[in-house]
Design a protein around this ligand. Structure first.
Ligand code: WTA
Length: 647
């Protein structure tokens, strides 16, 4: 492998940043040598109602697994995001909202945010929602989504945001799993000029969820929607009946703040549960250092609030730091592929944080759409969600940033709450494609498949040796699944599910998932979920799903499908199955390629040999390994002959 190019820290960055190389090293060492002392100090960066005296109480022991931070402190997350800024920043813009149409935008100050959130909280109370209740939020990217989340936090209700691209079935599953009895939605969403029928989807989902007692509907488009008497209320009408005074509920540090469902290698999505104190400390601190956020910066994270990136780095982290955070309703290619950069120019964005898949899609359009914009406000660029290939990194750096802006390639997960491995812009020399070095308090370890710790430059399974405040606390309603998923394979460590290489400089290079989780356009998708959707179709006998390299999406979804006896493969059926998966899970789960497989390669004990299926999908069958243990070695040749990815 050729030596990667190294981009040293620019002088002006080393001077003005919160941490230069020396400071990073010192703080990092302190955080590892004495985690208790380090977090005792940095836990104070947020406001506590009752200060904590205890800092860390963690055991990764399978028999007594618990993770507690600042456990005797009390606070309120919404007060940290809003109230504490009122004294000095009441008129500062908290949220810049940019609508789907370039003519549609809005600025919300901290004072206005306070009023909106208090009113929303009072609407929730009027609906009978109280501390500890789970509230499902199924919303487009409009300010009310942020108000709703913060309103839940204000009254101590636990929000579960479901991405607006998920199907009614997926929504229903998530509502049922956490026994939520209130849903907040909108009439319709708008993205890239197209409407998304959120309320109609909600109605469909709720046919399966009779326990939902109230649905709060925000008007976005004014489209025609059905309202069910006694269950559904228009937000605007409910808001007109409540006051703007709502004191924040005093919450324990370990009270749940939110649940967010994410895909794993087996079974249905897990409700990742985050609590209040540690999460607020960790997201605000990472936002501060990784993005080097200064008070006048305009910061834009392009994620959707339906994903963890939206939770931690559109909402909680930035607002805890009194930032101006931009929330974008649309897509980067509408009305034209210049849109992202036009938005940067329009609002003077200084820090821009996006996913490699978006960059690859824009790259395909050439430099023209970028070059016709100024982008002179940009100072720092960020990447998240999947490995960024060096070509996309260099394009981002040279074309978008004109060689002027460092790139922070941030590695983390829904489970980790915040960024664990990333450069700090004033401290870390960059290598395209590497997430570089761990954040304060994070101790990555690479282990082989037997769990042996590997030293020096090496490659292995990425684990984290100890806890950090932003770590998830449990799988909602299933603590055993939490233990089994993350702490069983390599006892005593948190296992991330990612493979990783460490180079001679101690830099980390994430190589992708080592389990059956796909990363499609930066979104996590369990192969098992897609398989179970496929076999739910009346004509399908069996299905096996694997990932394959995809130019834009990073990974595409490749499905091998065995039809029931008597069913004939056809183009029509292929389309029908794609449509079926879209409606079962959502558009992000659409198979890109379907191969009709008369049989699947199985061991004599009936286990599908995914390794072989992966190789065929990757169009690489030079090294299929030992196929002699297969029950019927002949099926492999048939699969190779009829492979769908011949590129
Ligand atoms: C992948 C998104 C390489 C990784 C915040 C992880 C990355 C999964 C990066 C989590 C990155 C995320 N480089 N891979 N910078 N960031 N990943 O839960 O495989 O949606 O395990 O969280 O995305 O996805 P999740």
């Amino acid at each position: 492998m050729s030596e990667p190019q190294i981009f040293p820290v620019p002088q002006d960055w080393a001077r003005r940043a919160y941490a230069d190389e020396n400071a990073y090293r010192k703080m990092y060492e302190a955080s590892i040598d004495n985690p208790e002392g380090f977090w005792r100090e940095h836990g104070q960066r947020i406001d506590w109602i009752k200060p904590y005296t205890k800092v860390k109480n963690v055991s990764y022991d399978k028999g007594d697994l618990h993770i507690r931070w600042f456990e005797d402190g009390t606070l309120n997350a919404s007060a940290n995001c809003i109230d504490r800024h009122l004294a000095h920043r009441a008129d500062k813009v908290a949220i810049i909202w940019e609508g789907d149409e370039p003519t549609d935008d809005k600025k919300i100050t901290y004072r206005e945010l306070h009023e909106e959130v208090c009113k929303f909280a009072n609407v929730l109370k009027a609906q009978g929602i109280k501390k500890g209740d789970r509230v499902t939020i199924y919303m487009p990217m409009i300010p009310e989504a942020a108000y709703a989340m913060l309103a839940c936090a204000r009254i101590g209700a636990v929000h579960s945001v479901v991405f607006g691209g998920f199907s009614p079935d997926s929504l229903a599953g998530r509502i049922e799993d956490c026994a939520s009895n209130c849903v907040i939605t909108a009439d319709e969403g708008v993205r890239g000029g197209r409407k998304i029928p959120l309320k109609a989807n909600t109605d469909k989902a709720l046919e399966k969820c009779p326990d939902v007692k109230s649905v709060i509907v925000v008007k976005r488009t004014g489209g025609d929607v059905a309202m069910k008497d006694g269950r559904d209320v228009w937000y605007e009408e409910a808001k007109a009946k409540v006051g703007a005074d709502c004191p924040p509920e005093e919450m324990n540090a370990e009270d749940p703040l939110f649940i967010l469902y994410t895909s794993g290698s087996t079974g249905k999505p897990k409700g990742v549960m985050h609590t209040t104190g540690g999460y607020m400390v960790y997201t605000s601190m990472t936002h501060h250092y990784v993005f080097d956020y200064h008070d006048d910066d305009v910061y834009w994270c392009t994620a959707d609030v339906g994903w963890v990136t939206g939770h931690s780095y559109i909402l909680y982290g930035p607002l805890a730091n009194g930032a101006t955070t931009l929330m974008f309703e649309g897509v980067p290619t509408y009305p034209s592929p210049s849109r992202s950069w036009e938005v940067c120019d329009k609002h003077g964005v200084n820090i821009f944080y996006t996913a490699p898949t978006a960059l690859r899609a824009l790259m395909r359009e050439g430099e023209g759409p970028v070059k016709k914009t100024s982008r002179k406000s940009l100072r720092l660029l960020g990447s998240v969600g999947e490995p960024i290939n060096p070509e996309a990194w260099l394009w981002y750096y040279n074309v978008v940033g004109e060689g002027r802006c460092p790139i922070v390639d941030t590695w983390w997960q829904t489970e980790t709450g915040g960024i664990l491995i990333s450069p700090l812009p004033g401290a870390t020399a960059l290598k395209p494609g590497s997430a570089t070095l761990p954040f304060f308090g994070i101790k990555p370890v690479l282990v082989d498949n037997e769990g042996k710790e590997l030293e020096g430059a090496t490659q292995g399974n990425l684990c984290i040796a100890d806890s950090w405040p932003g770590q998830m606390r449990t799988v909602y309603g299933d603590h055993q699944r939490f233990i089994d998923t993350y702490f069983s394979q390599f006892p005593g460590k948190y296992f991330t599910g990612d493979g990783c290489r460490r180079d001679e400089d101690g830099y980390y290079w994430i190589t992708g998932r080592v389990d059956d989780v796909l990363n499609v356009s930066g979104h996590r998708m369990g192969t098992a979920e897609v398989e179970s959707a496929l076999v739910a179709h009346a004509k399908v006998a069996e299905a096996a799903v694997v990932g394959y390299p995809h130019d834009i999406k990073g990974q595409g979804i490749y499905a091998y499908v065995t039809l029931n006896v008597g069913e004939e493969p056809s183009e029509e059926l292929r389309k029908e199955l794609v449509q079926w998966v879209r409606s079962e899970i959502g558009p992000i789960a659409s198979p890109d390629l379907i191969q009709w497989a008369p049989g699947l390669p199985k061991t004599r004990s009936g286990k599908i040999m995914r390794r072989i299926l992966r190789k065929i999908a990757e169009n690489d069958f030079s090294n299929l390994g030992d196929t002699s243990t297969l029950a019927d070695p002949g099926v492999v040749n048939d699969l190779i002959d009829n492979r769908q990815n011949k590129s």
